[in-house]
Write a protein that binds this ligand. Structure first.
Ligand code: 3SL
Length: 243
């Protein structure tokens, strides 16, 4: 297995696809996707464009539909929810399809949707993702951070490092065997430096600070938890993720 990290979707190479592509948006899209599936959502359907989300979701049975839209960290008018993982419980989400559009996370998923296997990862699901990779042993894996509007995000990179470190620990393999690019090695160093202070790292991260200004400290606490959910969201058809 060779693991490549791309910090933002724009870094992903154009004319090749990996065996497995992993979208990461710890704050907060991929943490929310995992939380919604854990709460029993039937599927998550992602959109880059809010108008498209609104028109496609209008064709779905309305009692089985939740619209989640976020721009700039805030809920989009016309949607039922913003992008908080804490919005999802069995009561709100069980049996429903979540139609979702966020600033960066869903755009990241759209960028990699043509890979034969597409999954999402968050700190909350790190162990489940490591176990998935160990069970399926894809030859090439892209870990793709969502970043923020084209810039690198600490929280996505530390999550990529946690996944790569998990594979190294489980297999006893070294960077020589596993690292596909320099960014993959740097991400493990970031994780090793911050593994016991993930919440503190989120407070330093620029998007963490943006969310704190919007009064979302509880979301940071939730998203900083490691290995708490046993769920791997996987793409069933382009743009539709299931458990
Ligand atoms: O950019 C995104 O996709 C979001 O996850 C951003 S936010 O955390 O909902 O503000």
């Amino acid at each position: 297995m060779k693991l490549f990290l791309y910090h933002i979707p724009e870094e992903v190479p154009d004319h090749t696809t990996p065996d497995c592509a992993i979208a990461i948006d710890v704050l907060r899209a991929t943490s929310t996707i995992a939380a919604a599936l854990e709460a029993g959502a039937e599927a998550i359907q992602v959109f880059s464009d809010i108008d498209e989300l609104l028109s496609v979701s209008a064709t779905w049975p309305q009692d089985k539909c939740l619209r989640a839209g976020e721009r700039g960290g805030a809920k989009v008018e016309g949607c039922d929810l913003g992008n908080s993982p804490l919005d999802h419980s069995v009561e709100t989400s069980e049996g429903k399809r979540l139609f979702m559009s966020t600033t960066n996370g869903t755009r990241c998923l759209k960028r990699i949707e043509h890979a034969p296997t597409v999954i999402t990862a968050a700190l909350t699901t790190r162990k489940a993702v490591v176990d998935f990779l160990l069970a399926h042993t894809p030859e090439t894996v892209w870990l793709v951070g969502s970043g923020w509007e084209g810039t690198y995000s600490l929280e996505d990179t530390v999550c990529a490092g946690a996944i790569i470190h998990g594979i190294m620990t489980a297999t006893g393999q070294s960077f020589k065997d596993l690292a596909g690019n320099d960014a993959a090695i740097a991400a493990v160093s970031l994780y090793l430096q911050w593994q016991d202070q993930l919440l503190e790292l989120m407070h330093y991260a620029s998007h963490g600070q943006r969310l704190l200004r919007l009064d979302n400290e509880a979301d940071l606490k939730y998203c900083a938890q490691l290995d708490v959910l046993d769920v791997v969201p996987i793409q069933r058809t382009a743009g539709v993720l299931v458990r």
